[in-house]
Design a protein around this ligand. Sequence first.
Ligand SMILES: Nc1ncnc2c1ncn2[C@@H]1O[C@H](COP(=O)(O)OP(=O)(O)OP(=O)(O)O)[C@@H](O)[C@H]1O
Length: 235
Amino acid sequence: MSSHGEIHDDVVLAAAEVSLRLGATQALDQVSVAVRKGECVAVVGPSGCGKSTLLHVLAGLLRPDSGSVAMKGRRIDNSSDAERSRLRLRHFGFVFQFGDLVPELSLWENVALPLRLAGTGYQEARNAAYLALEGLDIADLGERRPGQVSGGQLQRAAIARATAHRPVVVFADEPTGALDSKAGALVLERLLDAAASYHAAVVLVTHDPAIAAAATRVVQMRDGGLVADGNAVVA
Ligand SMILES: Nc1ncnc2c1ncn2[C@@H]1O[C@H](COP(=O)(O)OP(=O)(O)OP(=O)(O)O)[C@@H](O)[C@H]1O
């Protein structure tokens, strides 16, 4: 039995005392954090404090040097690269600042891509993609390529792609960074709505206090460690 066995059922993702050295930097130092179903955890702190590294470790993109990461009580940090890729495709969604949609594919094909890679059939993936685009009010742009839509529409397509397969956790690293604050708040609202519609948890890295205020919980980092973990003041 892992050390996560006793954790409450609502915990979908838990890091226990994770440490990771990157080059000469102790990027993570004994960090423990649990993410519960349906909550939005904002990870904040000064540049270089380890926010993105924590997100990457929680998402199974990086392996910690020590400590453990578990999804729904099952260790993921010590599984093979192939297993972690499969897990990410099926159970996690990602939204990054500089959107990484494939330029040669239409928006709906981009949204369907994680589903197709996870083995979903063409028609089912297409339907799920259009449903997600519909939810973000851009179904009419489904046939366009990323180069043929605005920045805000691109962000919405990225949210559709991150949520169409109904992941357990959506990871967002500065998802609103390239937008002005009004557009940024709207994008975040859409992300939280999309996640809330099926109780997905959101782990959000941001340097923007206004964005963090929309989260249900704020985790503050400094020098690779957590310095605060508590409820956000909801504006
Ligand atoms: N591949 C790497 N090799 C060496 N050091 C790294 C590497 N990646 C990150 N670091 C260092 O690890 C620390 C944590 O980086 P990380 O990107 O997690 O910080 P962050 O809080 O997300 O920063 P920012 O807000 O500026 O994006 C930083 O000091 C960074 O310079």
